[in-house]
Design a protein around this ligand. Structure first.
Ligand code: CMC
Length: 432
């Protein structure tokens, strides 16, 4: 017998169906509530709202669990790499050797970015936000691939494999181009024979006289950073991709909107905010003690960045993995980063502090990812663009779910209007 919830309102009873996910997550289906009762569910920020059913990622914030298509993040981080995990997230299964090879080839073939796209980039001041540039370049892709971006689900799904490969491969090339452009450096073309991350590092750091020499530890760390960001359930930017996609907007347009959502400091920009915080603590000669005291004031502008998470209320499993990887990379490269010392001190102090314990505030993935990127040589203003490369498989998989859902409808939340009630127009000359 299917479970129902009973809602009693104004002396009337409304039975509401109960949904249960494969991991036992439960929800009350309120879809019919408004039509039946005139009431809507109110949930500012959607913190308690399931906006979709999804088969991609399972997240249990209370217990620090993150799984993609059933595979624990710890296993993927240990055994897999970014490209393989991207395939898993997009297609639902780990690839067999032939599928892995074909996927890799599709990515390689689609690495170069069209020459005309350079003009889009060159229209930006060099000091502009790299995320603004990335979003603009992504939103221009439909113009170059109109047959893959028709804004018709059926047609776009027929060409999905190609569109997905273009999005993942070119977003990486775009990020490298943005880096070169903002640093006044000539663009470097991708090389066909290089693996995904090495190719990125080559496009970022080669110069006309000297090709970038791949360093195994660096490639491994970059792979890990991208893999750990590959998907994260209904976060702000992925939900944005779904929302935009629900209007039948094509994959590239939807990803471009996701990139804009990712740019904010409470989401993808948090790793930049962490580094700025660590740098200012360092510059002020504080060892973190004064900062921790200020962070407890409750003021939003003084928060301990890289701490706390909207859904992880115990620990962020990605933070554990990345924290260890950060130590390993810096040791292997022989880097003694004072900001890492400050980060460790802050973490140690916060984890013992009543304020952070009672509010369940723990390091999130961004707390250490910035230090790794800095060690790799990525400047701070580019951090969020790397997060966008990493998150691209999640955007693609979520767009595909929206596009292929025969029962899908356009995302259109409601609101509770709190503004002025009806009043009559007053002509300009009668207004005081
Ligand atoms: N430092 C100090 N106090 C904090 C912090 C923090 N980082 N985060 C939350 N609090 C306090 C907050 O002031 C509130 O205190 P009180 O109950 O006394 O009013 C309490 O903790 C709950 O805060 P909240 O804003 O209701 O918590 P939330 O779950 O809505 O916010 C968050 C989650 C990530 C926006 C927040 O923790 C934050 O601003 N963290 C710093 C920014 C950050 O690191 N963001 C990256 C998130 S991970 C990247 C991603 O997955 O996109």
């Amino acid at each position: 017998m299917p479970k129902t919830a009973l809602l009693k309102l104004d002396e009337k009873e409304y039975p509401l169906p109960v949904l249960e996910g494969t991991e036992g997550e439960k929800a009350i289906d309120t879809r019919t509530l408004r039509a039946a009762s005139g009431y809507i569910a109110y949930d500012q920020g959607y913190g308690n709202t399931g906006s979709c059913e999804s088969n991609i990622t399972y997240l249990d914030g209370e217990n620090g669990v993150l799984r993609h298509r059933g595979y624990p993040i710890e296993q993927l981080a240990h055994y897999s790499d970014f490209v393989e995990t991207a395939y898993l997230i997009i297609y639902g299964e780990l690839p067999n050797p032939a599928q892995r090879k074909e996927f890799g080839q599709r990515l390689r073939r689609n690495s170069p970015v069209e020459m005309q796209m350079q003009k889009i980039l060159e229209g930006f001041p060099t000091a502009a936000s790299p995320m603004a540039m990335l979003s603009a370049m992504m939103s221009a892709l439909p113009a170059y691939y109109p047959e893959l971006a028709t804004n018709n689900f059926e047609k776009d799904l027929r060409n999905f494999d190609m569109a997905a490969a273009i999005a993942i491969s070119k977003i990486r090339t775009m990020v490298a181009m943005i880096y070169r452009y903002t640093h006044g450096l000539p663009f470097v073309f991708p090389k066909r024979d290089l693996p995904f991350c090495d190719n990125f590092l080559h496009m970022m750091f080669s110069d006309p006289y000297q090709d970038y020499e791949p360093v195994a530890e660096v490639s491994k760390a970059l792979n890990l950073v991208l893999l750990l960001h590959a998907d994260h359930e209904q976060n702000c930017s992925t939900s944005t991709v779904r929302m935009v996609g629900s209007s039948a907007a094509n994959l590239f347009a939807s990803i471009s909107a996701g990139i804009s959502a990712l740019s904010g400091p409470l989401h993808g920009g948090a790793n930049v905010a962490v580094m700025q915080m660590l740098q200012s603590i360092h510059d002020e000669g504080d060892d973190g003690t004064r900062f921790i005291a200020a962070a407890k004031s409750g003021s939003k502008s003084k928060r301990l960045m890289g701490f706390g998470h909207a859904v992880y209320k115990n620990f962020d499993p990605r933070a554990r993995i990345i924290g260890e990887a950060c130590d390993t990379l810096l040791k292997r490269l022989g880097i003694d980063d004072p900001l890492l010392h400050i980060a460790k001190k802050l973490e140690e102090a916060a984890l013992k502090d009543e304020y952070f314990i009672t509010r369940k505030l723990y390091p999130n993935v961004d707390f250490y990812s910035g230090i790794i990127m800095r060690a790799i040589g990525v400047p701070m203003n580019m951090f969020t663009t790397l997060f966008a490369i990493g998150r691209s498989p999640g955007y693609i998989a979520n767009w595909r779910e929206v596009a292929s859902n025969p029962k899908g409808r356009i995302y259109r939340p409601r609101q509770i209007y709190m503004g002025a009630t009806q009043r009559d127009y007053v002509p300009l000359n009668q207004r005081t």
